[in-house]
Design a protein around this ligand. Structure first.
Ligand code: NI
Length: 166
C-alpha cells in the first residue's frame, strides 16, 4: 500500500460527481488500502476517493471512537436531528468553518465484498459520513458552511480537539 497525493481545493477532480464502483477487483482493493494509508498519514478522520484523484464512490472514515468504516456506493436512507460545529478537510488545508449537519444518518452501502450493509452514525461519525459523501458529489464543505473558511489557529490541532470533544 502507498500514500497518494491529496488533491486540494481548486483542483478539478474535487468538483466532479463520482461514478459507482461496479466490481471489487485488485485495483479497487489497492485504491482503498492506499486511501486508509493516506488518511492516517495525514491524520484525517475521513477521505473520499476524489481527494486522491479517483472519481469513484468510495469513502473511508475513522473517527477513532468506533470501528473504521469503508463506504462503497453509499446512499443516505435516513437522517434526523441537527448539529453545528467546526469542520475541516484534508483538501482545504489550514482552514475550518462551521457547518450544520444532520445529527444522525443511516446509510445503505456495500462492504469490501460488495455485500449490502447498513451503517448508522451519530455525532462526529454522522458528520464525517455526510462530509465524505458530499465529496462524491463534487461538493466541498465550504459550500454548505455557515460562514467563509477561517484560518485554523497554528497552535490548534483541530482533529485532536475533535477526538477529545466527542
Ligand atoms: Ni473533506
Amino acid at each position: 500500500m502507498a500514500i497518494r497525493q491529496i488533491r486540494t481545493i481548486g483542483e478539478e477532480c474535487l468538483g466532479k460527481v463520482c461514478k459507482p464502483v461496479k466490481e471489487m477487483n485488485d485495483r479497487m482493493r489497492t485504491l482503498i488500502g492506499d486511501m486508509w494509508d493516506t488518511m492516517y498519514e495525514a491524520r484525517g478522520v475521513g477521505l473520499a476517493a476524489p481527494q486522491v484523484g479517483v472519481l469513484r464512490r468510495i469513502c473511508v472514515i475513522d473517527v477513532m471512537d468506533e470501528d473504521p468504516i469503508v463506504l462503497i456506493n453509499p446512499e443516505i436512507i435516513e437522517m434526523s436531528g441537527e448539529q453545528t460545529d467546526d469542520e475541516g478537510c484534508l483538501s482545504v488545508p489550514g482552514k475550518v468553518a462551521s457547518v450544520t449537519r444532520a445529527e444522525y444518518v443511516k446509510v445503505k452501502s456495500l462492504d469490501m465484498d460488495m455485500n449490502p450493509v447498513i451503517i448508522e452514525g451519530e455525532g462526529l461519525r454522522a458528520r464525517a459520513i455526510q462530509h465524505e459523501m458530499d465529496h462524491l458529489e463534487g461538493i466541498l464543505y465550504g459550500e454548505k458552511a455557515n460562514e467563509p473558511y477561517r484560518d485554523l489557529d497554528e497552535d490548534e490541532d483541530f482533529m485532536d480537539e475533535e477526538y477529545i470533544e466527542e
